[in-house]
Design a protein around this ligand. Structure first.
Ligand code: UDX
Length: 434
C-alpha cells in the first residue's frame, strides 16, 4: 500500500530518505526552501554525491513517484505523513540550533487542512518532539488533528542508500497509537525490525548510538597510543578484540580521528543535554579530548620527521571527512591542511569527490594547489600525507611517488598502507599505532 509522503528538507538525509521511500513504492514530494536546488533536482541534477543516489532519483522521478517543490503547502496538501529533515546545526556552546525545525513546524501547521502525521527525522535533543507538538498546536489555524512522531535516521554518508534500503532497525517514537499503522506501512517494504517506543526514548537512541560509535573510535585511538609506545600493532589489536561479537570489528579503525556533520555535533549536543538534565557526561568529554589529540599527535609526527614545516611542500591525499562522500563539513583532512598552511607549508591536495566543496573553505592559491591526478600529488614535494580513507589511495603509484619526492616520506593518517611493504620500498613511513 503506497503512503503519501512529504519530506521537508532535501539534503543528505531528506533526499536519500525521500528517494528510497519512492523506490519501495511510496508517493513522495520532496520540499526545499532553496529554489535553485529544487530546480536542479527537477532538471535531473543531484546537489550531493552519494553512491547510487543519482540513478534512483532519475528512475523514481521518471516513474512519477518522486517530485520536488519549493512550496511547503504543496507538500503538506499532497501527503498524509510529513517528514521533517531540515538541518539542526551546532551552536558555539554545543547546544543545537532548532530554529529550522521550529520554522518548518509553523509552516506545516499553517498549511494543514486534515489529519497529518508529522515525523521528526532530523537529529534533535530529547524533548524536542514535545516542543514541535506544542508549536503545531499553536499555529494550526484549521485546528485539525495531528500526531508528532520521532523517527531518527541512522544513515552513514557515503553508504546512505544502502543503510536505508537495508536498515539494521527502524526506531519510531510516538505518544499515541494512532500513527502506528501508518508508520508500519511506510517501513514495511524495508523488512527491518521496527521498534515502537516513546518520543523521548527515540530521540535519545539517536544521540546514544552516535556517541557510542564515536566512543569506540576514540577508544581505539587511545589504544593506538599505547601500541606506538609498546611496539604493538593497533590493526592486530583491533582485529583481536573485534572478533568478540560483543565488541565487533567495525568502527575500530585508528587514525586522524572522526569528523563529519554528525559525530562532533551529536557529541556536543548529548553532553549539553546531559548537563541540562543534571548529569556531567565526562566520558563523552574525554571522547572529544582523545579525538582532538589525534590531530595534534599526527602533526607532531610530521614535525618530528620533517623538522621545520615552513616552506615545506606537502602532498595531501583526501579532503572529505571520510571515504565515499564529497562532504567536507568538520573534516579532519581540511583541519589538517589549514593547520599545515598556518605553519607555512605549501600543499598540493587531491580528493576524488570533495575538491569542489573544499575550495569554498580551502581556497586555491593561499599555499594550496589542487591537482586533478592522484599520482601527481608528490611532484616537487617533501612528503605525502594520507588524510581520508578513500580506498583508491591504496592504488597510489608508489614507485612514481618515490621518484617525485625529494626524499621518500609518507605519513599515513588512515593506516591504508602496510609498514613492512613501505619500508621495503625505501619509504620513511609513519602511521597510527603501528
Ligand atoms: C555517522 C553514523 O555512522 C550514522 O549512523 C549516523 O546516522 C550519522 O553519523 P557519518 O558521520 O556519515 O555517520 O560517517 P561515519 O562512517 O560514521 O564516520 C564518521 C567519522 O568517523 C569519519 O570522519 C570517519 O573517518 C571516522 N571513522 C569511522 C574513524 O575514524 N574510524 C572508524 O573506524 C570509523
Amino acid at each position: 500500500m503506497a503512503s503519501k509522503i512529504a519530506i521537508i528538507g532535501t539534503g543528505y538525509v531528506g533526499l536519500v530518505t525521500g528517494t528510497c521511500f519512492a523506490e519501495v513504492g511510496h508517493q513522495v514530494t520532496c520540499v526545499d526552501n532553496n529554489a535553485d536546488k529544487v530546480k536542479m533536482l527537477q532538471d535531473g541534477g543531484i546537489p550531493i554525491y552519494e553512491p547510487g543516489l543519482e540513478d534512483l532519483v532519475k528512475k523514481n522521478t521518471a516513474e512519477g513517484r518522486l517530485r520536488f517543490t519549493a512550496s511547503t503547502k504543496e507538500g503538506v496538501d499532497e501527503s498524509d505523513i510529513i517528514f521533517i529533515a531540515v538541518p539542526t546545526p551546532p551552536q558555539d556552546d554545543g547546544s543545537v540550533d532548532l530554529s529550522f525545525i521550529e520554522k518548518v513546524a509553523r509552516e506545516i501547521a499553517s498549511s494543514m487542512t486534515s489529519y497529518k502525521i508529522i515525523v521528526d527525522k532530523s537529529t534533535v535533543p530529547v524533548n524536542t518532539g514535545e516542543n514541535v507538538a506544542e508549536t503545531i498546536k499553536r499555529y494550526n489555524q484549521a485546528n485539525v488533528d495531528f500526531d508528532v512522531v520521532s523517527n531518527p535516521e541512522f544513515l552513514r554518508e557515503g553508504f546512505a542508500v544502502g543503510d536505508l534500503m537495508e536498515p539494521d532497525r527502524v526506531v519510531v517514537g510516538t505518544t499515541s497509537q494512532r500513527p502506528v499503522a501508518a508508520m508500519r506501512e511506510v517501513y514495511e517494504p524495508f523488512k527491518a525490525p521496527i521498534i515502537f517506543t516513546d518520543i523521548n526514548s527515540a530521540e535519545l537512541i539517536k544521540h546514544a548510538a552516535n556517541s557510542f560509535l564515536a566512543l569506540k573510535i576514540s577508544y581505539i585511538n587511545a589504544v593506538s597510543i599505547i601500541c606506538e609506545a609498546s611496539g604493538a600493532n593497533i590493526e592486530e589489536v583491533a582485529n583481536g578484540i573485534g572478533l568478540d561479537e560483543r565488541i565487533g570489528r567495525r568502527f575500530l579503525n585508528a587514525g586522524l580521528g572522526f569528523g563529519g556533520s554528525c559525530f562532533p555535533k551529536d557529541l556536543s549536543a548529548f553532553i549539553a543535554i546531559a548537563e541540562q538534565l543534571g548529569y556531567k557526561f565526562d566520558l563523552l568529554k574525554e571522547v572529544q579530548h582523545i579525538n582532538a589529540g589525534q590531530m595534534e599527535r599526527f602533526i607532531k609526527k610530521i614535525e618530528e620527521t620533517l623538522w621545520v614545516l615552513k616552506e615545506k611542500k606537502l602532498g595531501v591525499l583526501g579532503l572529505a571527512f571520510k571515504q565515499n562522500t564529497d562532504d567536507v563539513r568538520m573534516s579532519p583532512a581540511i583541519d589538517l591542511c589549514q593547520r599545515l598552511v598556518k605553519e607555512g607549508a605549501e600543499l598540493r591536495v587531491y580528493d576524488p569527490k570533495a575538491m569542489e566543496k573544499a575550495k569554498e573553505i580551502l581556497p586555491e592559491g593561499e599555499g594550496i594547489t589542487y591537482v586533478d591526478d592522484m599520482n601527481s600529488i608528490g611532484e616537487g614535494c617533501d612528503a605525502i600525507l594520507i588524510a581520508t580513507e578513500w580506498p583508491e589511495f591504496t592504488e597510489l603509484d608508489l614507485e612514481k611517488a618515490r621518484k617525485d619526492l625529494s626524499h621518500p616520506i609518507l605519513f599515513d593518517g588512515r593506516n591504508l598502507f602496510e609498514p613492512a611493504k613501505m619500508e621495503e620500498l625505501g619509504f620513511i613511513y609513519k602511521s597510527i599505532g603501528r
